[in-house]
Ligand binder design. Sequence first.
Ligand code: SF4
Length: 500
Amino acid sequence: MGDSPSSPSTGVSIPNGTEFADGDEPPSSAPRPSSRHPAWADVPETQWNDWRWQSQHAIRHPRQLLDLLPFSEDERRAIEALQAQYKLAIPPYYFSLIDPSDPRDPIRLQSVPSPLELAGAAGADGEDDPLDEDKDSPVPGLTHRYPDRALLVTTHVCTMYCRFCTRKRATMKRGGWDAVSHDDRRMVEYVRDHPEIHDAIISGGDPLTLPPEKLAFFVENLTAIPHLDVIRIGTRVPVTLPQRLDDDDLMALLGGSGKIWIQTHFNHPREVTPEARRGCDRLRMAGMPINNHAVLLKGVNDSLATQRALCRALLRIKVRPYYLFHCDPVTGAGHFRTPIWKGIEIIEGLRGHTSGLGVPTYVVDAPRGGGKIPLMPNYLLSASNDSVVLRNYEGMLVHYHPTGEPVVSPEPVETQGVSALLEGQGEVLLPEGNPRMLRRRSRNQANGNGHGKGKGIGRLHDGGRPNGNGHHHDNPNGHGSGNGHHRGNGNGKGKRGIVP
Ligand code: SF4
């Protein structure tokens, strides 16, 4: 498995052309504000930092867009054609994160229309409602799928229209909202009348674009429902228009609920700017935990380097990477979809290699309303009556006895590999050159007890449990050194621990 051709594999490029490797500081740590596209270089700071100015000056028409970036003839034609079908909106702040010299820029791919969205283009096929949300809708605008949760689609407006949006039938599609007509009061009443619902998601579109009185209607009425423990606000405002979060009244409304969690949607580390950090700080200081729902998007973030950098950048601003969604089969977004193994590969490279706080759950939202199904690499390799063989992130295989000491086989069979672990012929199988064991060996040698000769890594051994002569195996690199400290050295003491 490897990275797609469109994805960086060794580092993540940032607009000024430098590269930051996974271990380096991302742009989010820079104290200066994000740079601007030259078109807005002379806009005074007060206006630039005003969400109303940003909203009013969002790019909403091809004639604005086509002057700001280089486009091919195909792209120009597609942008004009798609305007009749889908809405366009990109605030100057978010647009300025695009590197104009890179036609495959990840911010550009998310926000600027592409010829690949046109009907008949490769990957353009899909469904308007791939998750059957409307079919699980007892009240227009409300989806009640899981036993204790309800989703309320409260608006069709977004600060930026993501080209891969699962709900584009209601948000981006012109006239789409009419087909999803809704009734605010009935949605709230439905939640109130269903005591089994403990978690309501106010979504859209982006609910932070709602007029203040309408947002207050949802927040205050839902907050007052005693059986509702959690109210989630699904918003991309921290990513695409973080200036909106400077509004004290908005913070007071949301923070005053005491039940609100924010679920936001950063997809790329370059979106984690000083402005985004400030917005997230304000949400958190107002009492709202923030979780991130990223979508795995081809060309945008389908590489381990990008996902590691994203998760680390999010942790720095105290946003928890919560979900990594496989891209849904939505109309006109097929070009963003990746094979499933790409997501598995990314989780393989995150789990164990980085803080558990920074590892999202990779999920596929199943068709026909099947809901979220988590997927991950295989860590359970085999099992017997009394034990299992598990694999850790290093490739170390461990024979694990979940309920205590293993039953000793009356008829041991000489065998190899995972089967040998299950037969009790060892406890651990280590890959050759395991860096953690090399570090142990260095420490042991520095401490003067390095009796290992560096041989034997990559072989089965008994994993450091007390052996027949009372020694511990915290230096497994010493196998085969003939020093008599280890089991499995042919002297008949203890269990057989080494299988060459
Ligand atoms: S902000 Fe959310 S609802 Fe709006 S277009 Fe993007 S993904 Fe869709």
